[in-house]
Design a protein around this ligand. Structure first.
Ligand SMILES: Cc1cc2nc3c(=O)[nH]c(=O)nc-3n(C[C@H](O)[C@H](O)[C@H](O)COP(=O)(O)O)c2cc1C
Ligand code: SF4
Ligand code: SF4
Length: 254
């Protein structure tokens, strides 16, 4: 069983590719019930994007409240990140431990950047997007093989510089002061199509008189921004002219 979260498709693609290779089911966390029907002897995998050098809080919250039908025989996770994960693995290992689970292996894949709601953050160039996806695609068979043979104690990560500072100091600041949806707005290009409402994994957008309204429980996943067909959604002036990305977008636009 693979539980996953994804806003812009990178982690979904990783979860679905691994599910395919391993012959397992994959379940999108926002749609999953708290009762998890894990069979005896089954492994539990979790796939998610790195948010501010840590697992997304909604993923950790789900692990804390889920109830597994059977104890997993093997526990692993894969995180995707634009750049580096710092001590994401330590935070998630602790979340799992508190839920009574022992982490056996973890892996980290660089994928195209999605966060733009802060000055200085930008998408990768198209060449870099392609390079990261090709590299991850080449890595996935090896990761699947290690998971399949239930390799123990393999913690592959991309720590980067100053991981402690990023995960344990900057991450709480990010959640406390940066994450809010007050600055989201749709400009005059908005056609009222409602896609932003459908694409928000937290159901934080409601259409009112043909315009999106943000409801105050955002996690800055950027799904609404990237999926808007009119590129009408902006976060203050931070996202102006920065372009859009979601996994498979260029393929679909061809
Ligand atoms: C709120 C937010 C915070 C992020 N923080 C980080 C980070 O700390 N380090 C990093 O390398 N990438 C970071 N990213 C980039 C994503 O982890 C990366 O693009 C990921 O593959 C997106 O996955 P998804 O397409 O499944 O949503 C962040 C993205 C978002 C939306
Ligand atoms: S996805 Fe974009 S165009 Fe469609 S309703 Fe939302 S803001 Fe408007
Ligand atoms: S409203 Fe917030 S949580 Fe919903 S898609 Fe937009 S950024 Fe993500």
């Amino acid at each position: 069983m693979i539980l996953y979260f994804s806003a812009c498709g990178n982690s979904r693609w990783v979860a679905e590719t691994l599910a395919d290779k391993l012959g397992e089911r994959s379940l999108f966390i926002p749609d999953a019930s708290d009762e998890v029907d894990l069979q005896e002897g089954e492994a539990l995998g979790v796939v998610f994007p790195v948010y501010a050098w840590a697992p997304p809080r909604l993923v950790s919250d789900y692990i804390r409240r889920m109830r597994l039908r059977n104890k997993p025989a093997y526990v692993w996770f894969v995180c995707t990140c634009g750049d580096e994960a710092a001590f994401t693995h330590r935070v998630f290992q602790r979340v799992l431990r508190k839920a009574g689970l022992r982490l056996d292996a973890c892996f980290c894949l660089q994928m195209p950047e999605t966060y733009l709601a802060f000055p200085g953050f930008a998408l990768d160039t198209p060449e870099n997007e392609k390079r990261k996806i090709a590299k991850a695609e080449a890595e996935l068979p090896r990761i699947a093989e290690l998971i399949d043979r239930r390799e123990q104690g393999r913690f592959e990560t991309l720590r980067g510089k100053f991981p402690w500072l990023k995960t344990y100091v900057m991450q709480p600041v990010f959640y406390r002061f940066i994450i809010a949806d007050r600055r989201f707005r749709a400009n005059a290009q908005c056609t009222g199509c409602g896609r932003c409402e459908r694409e928000c994994p937290l159901h934080n957008i409601r259409m009112a008189e043909g315009r999106p309204e943000w409801q105050g429980h955002c996690t800055h996943c950027m799904s609404c921004y990237h999926h808007c067909p009119a590129n009408a959604i902006h976060y203050g002036s931070f996202t102006e002219g920065k372009g859009q990305y979601y996994f498979g977008r260029n393929l679909r636009n061809k």
